[in-house]
Design a protein around this ligand. Structure first.
Ligand code: HEM
Length: 153
């Protein structure tokens, strides 16, 4: 990520972060509709897909995902930003280890995150590339902490 990437990410992030829970809910709804087996890991697994957007536990998880991105994006461009982002995402990966989330599931979520952000922010090709660099970067951190089955390495 160069300084242009950082500027693009910070500027375009203002749109989805202005409605964090709705943005997170769009990501998670798309994720579970497209890859429903991931729902089995969640406490709200028995809630019908159509009712998820109004479920409080679902909404809490949706806004948490956005908060993790927001913390990372706020750190970008500051002294020690990559160390801070390393800490944030190592913690995410470590906290998820007991849930055994496979790399495939993480990659499914990654695809959806980039797609939803591209639509929400009307990203052009080059802006989408800047976002992909950030998401690829955090995924390197996650995958360093887990093996293919999501266990600790
Ligand atoms: C971009 C990647 C992700 C981020 C930023 C993220 C963030 C979070 C956060 C902040 C929490 C709550 C704190 C905690 O207990 O760790 C959480 C919980 C959880 N995450 Fe993730 N997560 C990500 C990917 C995934 C994926 C791919 C799955 C796969 C199904 C998943 C499944 C869960 C589950 C099952 C919980 C517990 C929630 C509950 O029981 O209601 N997460 N996640």
């Amino acid at each position: 990520m160069n300084s242009d990437d950082v500027q693009i990410i910070k500027k375009t992030w203002e749109i989805p972060v202005s409605t964090p829970t709705d943005s997170g809910a769009t990501i998670l709804t798309t994720f579970f509709n497209r890859y429903p087996s991931n729902l089995e890991k969640f406490s709200f697994r028995d809630v019908p897909l159509a009712e998820l957007p109004t479920n409080s536990r679902f909404r809490a998880h949706a806004s948490r995902i956005i908060r993790v991105f927001d913390e990372s994006i706020q750190a970008l461009g500051q002294d020690g930003d990559l160390e801070k982002i390393g800490e944030i995402w190592t913690k995410v990966a470590t906290n998820h280890i007991p849930r055994k989330i496979s790399k495939e599931s993480y990659n499914q979520l990654k695809e959806v995150i980039l797609e939803v952000l591209t639509a929400a922010c009307s990203l052009n090709e080059s802006q989408a590339q800047s976002w992909a660099k950030l998401v690829d970067h955090v995924y390197v951190i996650i995958f360093k902490a887990i093996n293919d089955d999501g266990d600790a390495i």
